[in-house]
Design a binder for this molecule. Structure first.
Ligand code: URA
Length: 256
């Protein structure tokens, strides 16, 4: 792939803008300055990287990210009352041209405005579908702070199933345990609208704070602060999908 095409695919602007960045000497490839837009880039190598205006980037054919969603942000591209989580991503990630039928990098499911924690983002349509689909039973673990003390009866009900207003089929937690008087660890394998809040309300309690700490085999890293994002590496992607890391496309382990 040519260097100007590479920058274009990674979200650095139109092909003309990308060629201009290169010709102005603002781009290096694998650490070496390069001012010829036609330079061929060995992107299939395991950790191909480039630098634009002093910032180093890994090449990613498809983007897989995690974000520590802070409270007071919306997962919508066109938010109403709160800032969008997309403002937490650097411009190239928001501007990458959409591959195939996807709409560019987008959140894998949504968290409420006041929910914090692990949010995946990607522009791989098949991955987004797999992670979201209730048929794939990807477990999502929520740390729930409740207004009232948690009762054993409430845990039993959450595990055996509660009926929510819009659906006659009961929904049940895949796992649920009290970890403190006002704290529950709740695992769901589907993602209905406000599901945790509605399930907890249905058993007579109320969610005061909600944090998603895990999706499948991937836990939110303790050193990823609220508002920060990072690329998923091949091992994390494999853990999410229950596969061997070697079966996945190369994806380095850099944080920006
Ligand atoms: N369930 C909720 O009620 N809210 C979230 O943000 C996620 C799951």
């Amino acid at each position: 792939m040519r260097l100007d095409e590479l920058l274009f695919t990674q979200g650095f602007g139109t092909r003309r803008v990308c060629a201009g960045l290169i010709q102005q000497g603002l781009v290096s490839m694998q650490g070496l300055p390069c001012d010829d837009p036609a330079t061929e880039c060995p992107v299939e190598g395991p950790a191909f990287n480039f630098t634009v205006q002093g910032q180093r980037w890994p090449y990613r054919r498809l983007a897989y990210l995690m974000l520590h969603k802070p409270a007071g942000t919306e997962c919508s591209q066109r938010p109403g009352a709160w800032p969008s989580i997309y403002t937490l991503l650097p411009a190239p990630l928001r501007q990458r041209p959409a591959p195939g039928k996807t709409q560019g990098v987008q959140a894998v499911g949504r968290l409420d405005q006041d929910t914090t924690g692990l949010l995946l983002l990607s522009d791989d349509g098949a991955f987004i579908h797999r992670m979201n689909s209730p048929r794939h039973h990807v477990p999502k673990v929520y740390e729930v702070t409740t207004r009232h003390p948690v009762e054993a009866r409430q845990i039993e009900q959450l595990l055996s199933g509660v009926v929510l207003m819009d659906d006659p089929q009961p929904v049940r937690a895949a796992a649920c345990e009290a970890v403190a008087e006002h704290r529950l660890l709740l695992t769901l394998t589907e993602g209905k609208y406000h599901q945790v809040k509605r399930m907890v309300a249905a058993v007579g309690n109320r969610v005061e704070a909600l944090h998603r700490s895990r999706i499948g085999g991937l836990a939110l890293p303790a050193d990823l602060a609220p508002g920060q994002w990072c690329w998923l590496d091949a091992e994390q992607l494999a853990r999410l999908q229950g596969k061997q890391a070697t079966a996945l496309p190369p994806a380095g382990n850099q944080r920006i």
